[in-house]
Design a protein around this ligand. Structure first.
Ligand SMILES: Nc1ncnc2c1ncn2[C@@H]1O[C@H](COP(=O)(O)OP(=O)(O)OP(=O)(O)O)[C@@H](O)[C@H]1O
Ligand SMILES: [Mg+2]
Length: 376
């Protein structure tokens, strides 16, 4: 079992009437990349600032390596925070920029030089040590900010959206670089981003936040495969998950999803619903990922509709199929699929991969658990 490096226990932070962080708890294990993910304003930065000591929570505790640091100032916490705005001191040399944290900590000159050169080497900055940081490119500045933190060997490295200013290509290579370095140094990292793709690529585990609350923590795969709420299902995955809502009823042997004046025959998903009377006459939302849908032969489908838009997305197609007045499905399908705009198609899905949510609570209905309960 890996040891707990950081524990955040029920932290709450208010700014006036606003609850920026609302009773948030999580643990971060030694050597992992833990990402706080969520839309703008959800409380990511505030959480990170509480961990770093720049902010004190109204309630709750923060433990680093088992020690309660809630009341300690940043310099006594052994964490280092990298954020974009403060990246580098432009008039200082790269060397002085990297050495800054060591200087503040009054590290002896020789050790300071050796450490600075070592970190510069790791980050590919050795050639630039004499240059002024201000004139360098974004990717270099980013590495300098990171090097300054790494040089002081913090227990935990905190990164707040460090790649937002870089363009897509640079971001990609910096992300890879960051991950490589983190593995090589075995450092514990807490990363903040609102970009779900970045979170998925970089993280061992992700914590999804919305409106100050922590909604779910898990590996990228766990979160993708078992979103606990509609919000999480919608936030993770691209193209976005399809959500089809309605009241589920059983008429004879047929399962119908009814909403206003529209009825969709979802008998093709019968295996999902069979034997679970608690699902019937209930408002539900079906969550179906675009990659789990496909064009089927007539008679073997679940949905029928008309292709409205076809887009290419890398080496695949995204087809938008209108299955009801207000309901469009997005399908992620092979590039060579032969379909045309205006064409009537039959759409099928792997029933196993469909998510079912309760419409009023917006929570996942755990069908496996319901099935198991029926069996005992
Ligand atoms: N010092 C402050 N005073 C008042 N309100 C604040 C303060 N700091 C943050 N907030 C508010 O608290 C909420 C959470 O802010 P926070 O910066 O933690 O969000 P975030 O998830 O980092 O968002 P972003 O993705 O935009 O950086 C926001 O509504 C923000 O306006
Ligand atoms: Mg922020």
């Amino acid at each position: 079992m890996k040891s707990v490096k950081l524990e955040v226990e029920g932290i709450t932070k208010r700014f006036g009437d606003l609850v920026a962080v609302d009773n948030v708890s999580f643990k971060v294990y030694e050597g992992e990349v833990f990402t706080l993910l969520g839309p703008s304003g959800c409380g990511k930065t505030t959480t990170l600032r509480i961990i770093s000591g720049l902010e004190t929570p109204d309630s709750g505790r923060v433990y680093i390596g088992g020690r309660d640091v809630t009341e300690l100032p940043p310099q006594e916490r052994d964490v280092c925070l990298v954020f974009q705005e403060y990246a580098v001191f432009p008039h200082m040399s790269v060397f002085d920029n990297i050495a800054f944290g060591l200087k503040v900590r009054k590290v002896p000159r020789e050790e300071l030089t050796a450490k600075t050169m070592e970190v510069a080497e790791k980050l590919g900055l050795s050639e630039l040590l004499g240059k002024k940081a201000g004139g360098l490119g974004l990717s270099e500045k980013q590495r300098i900010a990171l090097a300054r933190c790494l040089a002081v060997e913090p227990e935990i490295l905190l990164l707040d959206e460090p790649l937002t200013l870089a363009d897509a290509k640079i971001r990609e290579s910096m992300r890879r670089e960051l991950r490589r370095l983190q593995r090589e140094l075995g450092i514990t990292m807490i990363y903040v981003t609102h970009d779900q793709l970045e979170a998925i690529m970089l993280s061992d585990r992700i914590a999804i936040m919305n409106r100050g609350k922590l909604l779910q923590v898990g590996s990228p795969r766990e979160i993708y495969e078992k979103p606990e709420t509609l919000f999480v299902a919608y936030f993770i995955g691209s193209p976005t998950i399809n959500l089809v809502e309605g009241r589920l009823t059983k008429v004879g042997e047929k399962y119908l999803l009814t909403r206003d004046d529209i009825t969709i025959d979802v008998s093709g998903l019968a295996q999902k619903f069979a034997g679970l009377p608690e699902l019937l006459d209930r408002e539900i939302v079906l969550g179906i990922r675009p990659e789990d849908l496909y064009i089927a032969g007539s008679g073997s489908g679940i949905f029928e509709g008309v292709v409205e838009i076809i887009e290419t997305a890398g080496d695949q197609l995204v087809a938008h199929v209108k299955i009801a007045k207000e309901t469009m499905l997005r399908l992620l399908i092979p590039l060579d699929t032969e379909i045309r705009v205006g064409e009537k198609v039959v759409v099928s899905a792997d029933a196993e991969k469909i998510h079912v949510f309760d419409k009023s609570t917006e929570k996942r209905i755990n069908l496996e658990e319901l099935h198991q309960r029926r069996m005992v």
